[in-house]
Design a protein around this ligand. Sequence first.
Ligand code: IVH
Length: 668
Amino acid sequence: MVEPDKKIREELSRLRAEINRHNQLYYRHDNPEISDAAYDKLYDRLLEIEHEFPQLIAPDSPSQRVGAAPSGRFEPAVHRVPMLSLQKVTTGEEFAEFDRRVKEFLETEDDIEYVTEPKLDGLAVELVYENGIFVNGSTRGDGTIGENITANLKTIETIPLRLSESTAARYPLLEVRGEVFMRRSTLDTLNRTLEEQGVPPLANPRNAAAGSLRQLDPTVTAGRNLIFHAYGISATDLEGLGSQSAVIELLEHEQFEINESINTAKGVEQVATTFARLDEGRDSLDYDIDGMVIKVNRFDQQEVLGQISRAPRWAVAWKFAAEQVETVIEDVIFSVGRTGAVTPVAKLKPVRVAGAIVSNATLHNQDELERLDIHLGDHVLIQRAGDVIPDVVEVILDKRQPRAQRPKFPKNCPSCGSGLVRPENEAAHRCLNVACPAQLEGRLFHFASKGGFDIEGLGGKLAYQLIGEKLVTDPGDIFSLTSEQLLLLELMAEKRVANLLDAIERSKKTELPKLIYALGILGVGEAAARLLADEFGTFDNLQSADIERLEQLRGIGPVIARNIVAFFANSGNRQMISKMREAGVAFPKHQATQQGQLSGKSFVITGTLSRPRNYFKNLIEAAGGKVSSSISASTNFLLCGENPGSKREKAHKLGVEIITEAQLEDFL
Ligand code: IVH
C-alpha cells in the first residue's frame, strides 16, 4: 500500500474540517457560504484522496454518512407551480380591509365564504403523486426551487405512499401541499435525549422540524416523529374540484391527516369569531401555530382575484399578537455596546416565550426605564416580537414589593469609568472614550462576526481576554496575533490556537461588502455595506468618496453619509486600515450584483398610471431593470397607462412589447 505523506494527511484533515463546517452552515444554519460547485470541488477532492489512501478513511469522515447523495447534499427540485407566500394582517381592521378589497375585486356585496385554517409553524413541503404513487417530495426553498427530500418524507407515517385508484385515474399528476411540523411533546423528549448526549437542545419545534427534515440520513428523520398536515393541492386539471373545502375533503378521503381546526366562515364577523377562538385555544395545543390562514373558498372567485407579487389575493395570514409572559426582574445591568451606547438590560427569571427560553430583556434607555417605572424585583410582562431579545411590556404593579428600589442609571461608564453623556436629540447615554474596553470588545466581536470577517472561534469571551491582555487595541491587530501570544491566554490549548490562527488566515480573503460591514461604521449594516460596494467597486473609491455623492445614494442618507466620512477621517481608523493592509488582508474589487427578475431589461413609462411615475421607476430599478425617457429599438418594454400619446405608436412600430401595470406586477 502506498503510504500518504504528511502533506496529504494535512490536506485531508483540512478538507474534512472545511466540509463539516460548510455542512453545518448549510444544514443547521440554512446559510451556505460557498456555491454548490465550490462545495462539490472540496468533496470530490476528499473522495479522491480517500480513494487513493483507503487506510485514511475515518468513520466520521463526511464521506461516510449513510444515504448521502454523491455530493452530500440534496438535489434541487423545481416546483411545477410556484409555492407562494401569504399577505399578512395583524388586526381585525386590517382583515376587514382585506375583505373589502376582495369584494371590490369580485364586484359583489355578498358576504364572502372563507375557509379558515390554523397557520402551522413548521415547514411547507410539496408531495408529487404520479398515477397515484408518491414519487417526489421537496421543501419550499425559494418558492420556485426547493430541495428534493423524498427519502426523508417517506419516513413520515402520515404521508400516504399511494392514493386511491379513482383519484389516481382522475388526477394522474397531483401535487399535495402542506406543513411538516413537530409536536411540542416530541421536542421535549428529543431535547432530553440530546441533553443526555451532551448536545445543545433545539430552540423550538420549528427549528427541530427543519433540522430533522434536512438530515442526510433518513433513519434520523424517521426517529423524529414528524407530522404532516395537508392543506392544498395543484394538478394539471382540477376538474371536479370547485373549492378549497372540496380539496380538504378529497385530501381527507385520501387518508391525509387534516388539521382538526379547519372551518368555513362567511363574512368578516364569523372569521373574527373563529380567529378569537383559535387564539384562545392555542396554548392547549401540542403544536405551535402563529396565526390563522383565511382562504376564499370558491375557486372561480380565487381565479378572478389572481395574485400580486408572490402572494395570492385570495388568501391572507392573520397573525396572532406576540405572546406575553410573566416573569420577575432579578437585576438590571448596564451594558456598553460597540458604539458606546449604554443599554439597561433586565436580568430575568428564565421563562419560555414564543418557543425560546429567555433570561434577558432590553430596557432600551433611561426614558424607557422611567416610562415603565421599573423597580428591582418587579413582576413584568415580556414579549418577543420578531427580535430575539424580548421587550418588557409592562409592570404588574399589584405584585410590587413594598420597599422595592429603582435601578440607578450610572453616571460613569461601567466598563472604563469615564463620564457618560447624553447627546442632544438622542435617547442613549454614551461613553465617548474610543479606547473603552467594552466598546472595543463590541467592535472586535462585530468585526469577526458572520457578516464581517467571519472568524470562527473569536467570540465574546476571547474578545474580552484579548483586550484585557492588551494583545489587541483595535480589530486590525488580530491579523498579527501569534501562537505564542495566544497560548498564554486562559483556556487556549494548542489545538484551539491553531484553529483560530487558521480561521484568521482564511478570513483575509474576504469580499468587499463584508470588509465594509466589518468596520462597524455607525448605521452601515449588511445591506448598506453591499450597496456601498456595488456603488464604489473598490475600497479606495469608498474611502475617498465625498459627502455629496454619499448623500445621494438611495438607502444611505445624510446621517450615514456623515458617519462614513467621519470614520475615514479618524486617524485611529486609518491606522487600523493600514494594519490590515500590512497583514495581507485582501481589499478586493467588487462587481455590482444586478439581482432581480428585471435585470438587463429596459423600460420606458408613459401615460397616466394609478401612482406617480417615480413609484414604478423605483419598483423596476429595485428589481434590477433600467428606466429611460425615450423609446428606441433596444427598449424591452413600454409600461403604458391611460392616454399614452405618441410613445405607444412608436413602441408599436419598433416592435417593443407594451405592458400594463398589472402585467408589471405579475413580472415582479
Ligand atoms: S397556504 C397560496 N395554508 O405559511 C397559499 N400556508 O406564508 C400559500 N402555512 O410557507 C400557503 N399553515 O409554510 C397555507 N394552512 C395553511 C398554512 C400555511 C402554515 C405556511 C406555509 C407557507 C406560509 C405562507
